[in-house]
Design a protein around this ligand. Structure first.
Ligand SMILES: Nc1nc2c(c(=O)[nH]1)N[C@H]1C(S)=C(S)[C@@H](COP(=O)(O)O)O[C@H]1N2
Ligand SMILES: [Mo]
Length: 315
């Protein structure tokens, strides 16, 4: 499927308003059913509580013509090890994550470091919908209408210094409440990182919502990263710290198994995971497998970031 949007080359090639509206109406109808009631299972009630209203969301851009993943699948089939290892655990234990009050520390090589309340952090940034694919290294993928804004816009406000070359992110650390954090799965808190140019790329967003509403806890409320050309584990959830660094930061999965999870983690069907192939993926909600695209289909926008790099070594 050809790309619908390229921020550098065709800034005006956005989804026709009509198409967007139509899609949104379908979503509203689906959401109106009341997911919690539909499931009729007590632990799942967190789902119904999720999805707070958001201030004005611009009818943003659609980067794929692929069908959206149903809301129910995107919110009940998750990876969020702080809330358990099973795919259904994050939705079940979503209440264990307390997202209010929330603040984010921005520090390291920035001109204006500080700890900022979430409201204040978000206020200057108009929210936009971006329909992106998200592909997990485990071989499944989804198409999700995220609501967020470019990470680069936020970083610029805090004035990255000349020595800054990377951005490190940290998830909230609350072992008393988050069941996974008292288990020896990863070195907590969960950490991720990007090179500064990747972080500043217009496709890289901080998401605060999905499907037109606030993020459900299991999807990384209240603030998560989405980097559409990288494997899902790069898209760190429930962020409490953003640090500009000179050195490549330590990241959870890379530290856990460096031969399996590289720092770059670009979606690359040509580089297999040591224990399984990466050339195909199963779209959640379908039964068949489809070809995985280089850079998850965003190569036209991002391939130049990696020019001259050996992507089999820098995987
Ligand atoms: N803090 C934190 N962030 C995380 C994870 C996690 O376990 N903890 N899992 C990652 C992985 S492996 C994937 S595939 C995506 C899944 O995002 P989703 O559940 O919203 O689809 O979240 C990523 N972000
Ligand atoms: Mo993943």
């Amino acid at each position: 499927m050809p790309m619908r949007w390229n921020p550098e080359i065709h800034p005006d090639e956005i989804t026709p308003e009509g198409l967007f509206r139509q899609r949104r109406q379908i979503m509203r109808a689906a959401a109106g059913v009341g997911v919690g009631a539909l499931l009729g299972l007590d632990p799942w009630h967190a789902l119904a509580a999720a999805g707070k209203d958001l201030p004005d969301v611009r009818s943003g851009v659609v980067t794929t013509a692929d069908k959206e993943t149903p809301f129910l699948s995107a919110t009940t089939y998750n990876n969020f090890y702080e809330l358990g290892l099973g795919k259904e655990d994050p939705a079940k234990w979503a209440d264990h994550l307390v997202v209010d009050p929330w603040s984010v520390t921005i520090d390291g090589a920035v001109g204006r470091p500080g700890r900022v309340a979430l409201d204040e952090l978000l206020r200057p940034h108009p929210l936009e919908e971006r329909v992106y694919r998200l592909r997990c290294v485990e071989g499944w993928s989804m198409v999700i209408p995220w609501v967020g804004f470019p990470l680069g816009d936020l970083l610029k406000r805090f004035e990255p210094g000349g020595s800054a070359r990377f951005v490190a992110f940290e998830t909230v650390h609350d072992p008393e409440r988050l069941p996974g954090q008292s288990r020896d799965i990863l070195a907590w808190p969960y950490r991720e990182g990007l090179r500064l140019d990747e972080a500043m790329h217009p496709l890289t967003i901080l998401a605060v919502g999905m499907y037109g509403k606030g993020l459900p806890n299991q999807n990384g409320a209240p603030l998560r990263l989405v980097v559409p050309w990288k494997y899902g584990f790069k898209s760190i959830k429930s962020i409490v710290r953003i640090t500009l660094t000179e050195e490549q930061p330590v990241t959870s999965w890379n530290a856990h198994a460096p031969e399996e999870y590289g720092f770059y983690a670009n979606v690359n069907p040509a580089v297999p995971h040591p224990r399984w192939d990466q050339s195909k993926e199963r779209r959640i909600g379908t039964l068949w497998r489809q070809d995985t695209l280089m850079f998850n289909g965003y190569g036209e926008q991002v391939a130049r970031l990696y020019e001259g790099m050996d992507l089999t070594r820098n995987f």
